[in-house]
Design a protein around this ligand. Structure first.
Ligand code: DX5
Ligand code: ZN
Length: 227
């Protein structure tokens, strides 16, 4: 079944516990950490993640859009994140970092910006629990989905199949009722949605609708048909 991870970047930051409650039934809560260096925007850090982890039962999927993730990522595991994603463009030693995240007890995930190809990282994939393919330039919610990322999603799914990996493939950016089926068809199985969830009148209903769309597209997809 497709996993839907609402992004609190589009939520009310003064009411994060209630905003988490509003998407009950979600698989993960996506938390965008930005440092105003790796991306031109600033959001929240370790203390907020620590408080939020205590305030909700939904596990936290922390997406670190920061410089020096080698130094900071382990602190997000300690703060209570169930999954920590670092950007490969910022990591000094991605294998060592993924191993450290796993050793501390969280799922290790690596993200690629739109201009970063997957092919150089084929041999790293067994070190990861999830790969995040950005479908917008990281930094802001509400941007238009980049269709040109679909071939990269497809090629990544082929690599996952080729190596027989249990790797989740996440997409983030511009995911909505009008784009989620294309992502699922291409090979994604974890979907981040910010504005499509928190911009809806009924956020929990939006999560259910997105999951239904993703599930039916997955059932027809090339990478699940006949499997
Ligand atoms: C963008 C963030 C996303 C953002 C997505 O840099 O990584 O998680 O919240 O927002 P939407 O779904 O509105 O594109
Ligand atoms: Zn994100």
């Amino acid at each position: 079944m497709a996993q839907i991870n609402p992004s609190i970047l589009s939520a009310n930051f003064a009411r994060l516990a209630e905003e988490a409650e509003a998407v009950k039934g979600s698989d993960w809560l996506h938390v965008d950490v930005m440092d105003n260096h790796f991306v031109p925007n600033l959001t929240l850090g370790v203390p907020v993640v620590e408080s939020l982890a205590r305030a909700t039962d939904i596990p936290l999927d922390c997406h670190l859009m920061i410089e020096e993730p080698d130094r900071w990522a382990p602190q997000y595991v300690e703060a209570g994140a169930g999954s920590v994603t670092f950007h490969v463009e910022a990591a000094a030693a991605p294998v060592r970092l993924a191993r450290e995240i796993r050793a501390k007890g969280a799922r290790a995930s690596m993200a690629l910006k739109p201009g970063t190809p997957i092919e150089p990282y084929e041999d790293l994939l067994p070190e990861l629990d999830m790969l995040l393919i950005m479908t917008v330039e990281p930094g802001f919610g509400g941007q238009a989905f980049l269709d040109i990322m679909l071939p990269k999603i497809r090629r990544t799914r082929q690599l996952i199949d080729k190596h027989g990996l249990e790797l989740w493939l996440q997409v983030d950016g511009g995911v909505s009722a009008s784009t989620i089926e294309r992502c699922a068809e291409a090979g994604a199985d974890v979907f981040v949605a910010g504005s499509a969830v928190y911009g809806a009148k009924d956020p929990a209903g939006a999560v259910r609708d997105l999951r239904a769309l993703a599930d039916s597209a997955t059932a027809e997809a090339w990478w699940t048909c006949g499997h």
